[in-house]
Design a protein around this ligand. Structure first.
Ligand SMILES: Cc1cc2nc3c(=O)[nH]c(=O)nc-3n(C[C@H](O)[C@H](O)[C@H](O)COP(=O)(O)OP(=O)(O)OC[C@H]3O[C@@H](n4cnc5c(N)ncnc54)[C@H](O)[C@@H]3O)c2cc1C
Length: 355
């Protein structure tokens, strides 16, 4: 497919913002990059996967590239594990379900996260105690300035909580073409450990116990997550949303203790890799606190202004009636941020890429 002009991006982002792209290219193969390199090099690039973590404020005065690179293959296999290479344009949720159907364990808790493989790798997704980097082996890329291909190890990609070089310093320059995951084949080994790792999400255990018996199977764990997510999170087919709008803030333990006096049952989660590049402190001196709990305390759950609101079951999920503009969403979320800052002296950082 060739470059098209003046294309609406409404169906390419889950806030359903009706921004237009000056140029638009659905990338089915890498030859298209070489063929269109001149125009790609000279235009402002936006790489968009499923648009489920992207808020468009304006029309895109440049080129939007949608990596539609498909396919998955087992490239290595032993008695214990399987290495699966999957195209960046594959749908993450479909990949998870396919792995579970084949009894490949390691990403089942990440079911129902919208978007593509490329978006998941870039955003460093996590949920219910599982993180994409637990199983990610390497990432194949192409540099959009030079058309050079490269394969990176996760340790080279600047992974931190919801951060990576793809989202930051390499953004819109290094395009992920595929990623390889190492998943375990012997699901029995996993049943208990998933159970334990998910232990702090007690409700998952309750959910599991409500319909399955030990030893749990990988499909049971996935089913429990699906049931939980369906109860708690908005559906992208019914409203505009990017799920959690803000990251969960990382605060010093002292700050957490101070906030706990004001907010009953405020939970704290361990932090990983936060201080790795900061040298000054240790991760143990910080905790991650749920931003949704802070917003809930301030009465944001279910609050609407015009076309934008907060999901009635989750104070961190901003939703729209699919008619909102990006600017309306931004104004609304700025208010949320300001309110938290004023009342708790905590800075909320958007998880969503605001463009
Ligand atoms: C209802 C709902 C629930 C959610 N739940 C979770 C959750 O539990 N955990 C979680 O972590 N996230 C969650 N999310 C957020 C979101 O789904 C993930 O971040 C997802 O991985 C984004 O993928 P995407 O393809 O839609 O990315 P996009 O929004 O299209 O892009 C995100 C970023 O990745 C870059 N990018 C995308 N593809 C490529 C590529 N091929 N090469 C280089 N860069 C690329 C983009 O340029 C952008 O910077 C949720 C979202 C929704 C709507």
């Amino acid at each position: 497919m060739n470059i098209r002009k003046n294309i609406s991006l409404k169906k390419y982002n889950t806030f359903r913002i009706d921004s237009k792209a000056k140029y638009f290219l659905l990338l089915n193969n890498l030859k298209q990059i070489a063929e269109n390199l001149e125009i790609i090099k000279n235009e402002k690039i936006l790489i968009l996967g499923g648009g489920s973590n992207t808020l468009l404020l304006n029309d895109w005065d440049g080129i939007v590239l949608i990596p539609d690179l498909k396919g998955k293959s087992i490239i290595n296999e032993t008695e214990e594990y399987v290495d699966i290479q999957v195209g960046s344009g594959e749908i993450w949720d479909e990949f998870v379900r396919w792995c579970v159907a084949n009894n490949y364990a390691g990403i089942e808790n990440l079911v129902m996260i919208p978007g593509t493989i490329g978006g998941a790798v870039s955003q460093n997704i996590s949920a219910y105690g599982q993180n994409i980097t637990d199983t990610l082996m390497n990432i194949d890329t192409v540099n959009l300035e030079t058309n050079e291909r490269n394969t990176y190890l996760p340790s080279e990609c600047g992974y931190e909580y919801r951060r990576s070089n793809f989202k930051n310093i390499w953004r819109n320059r290094i395009l992920i073409t595929s990623a390889t995951f190492r998943l375990k084949k012997h699901t029995k080994e996993f049943e208990l450990s998933y159970h334990e790792r998910a232990g702090r999400y007690g409700s998952i255990l309750e959910e599991l116990q409500s319909f399955a018996k030990e030893p749990y199977e990988i499909k049971d764990v996935m089913e429990a997550i699906i049931k939980q997510r369906s109860k708690r999170l908005p559906n992208v087919d019914e409203c505009g949303t990017c799920g959690s709008f803000f990251e969960n803030p990382i605060v010093p333990k002292q700050k957490y203790l101070e906030l706990s006096k004001k907010i009953t049952d405020l939970q704290a989660y361990p932090v990983e890799n936060f201080t790795k590049q900061k040298n000054s402190s240790k991760d143990e001196e910080y905790v991650k606190i749920p931003a949704g709990r802070l917003l809930d305390e301030l009465g944001w759950k279910g609050r609407w202004e015009g076309n934008v609101g907060v999901y009635e079951k989750h104070a961190l999920c901003v939703v729209t009636n699919m008619k909102a503009s990006g600017v309306e969403v931004k104004k609304f979320t700025d208010k949320m941020k300001k309110d938290v800052k004023k009342n708790f002296r905590v800075e909320l950082i958007p998880e969503v890429n605001i463009l």
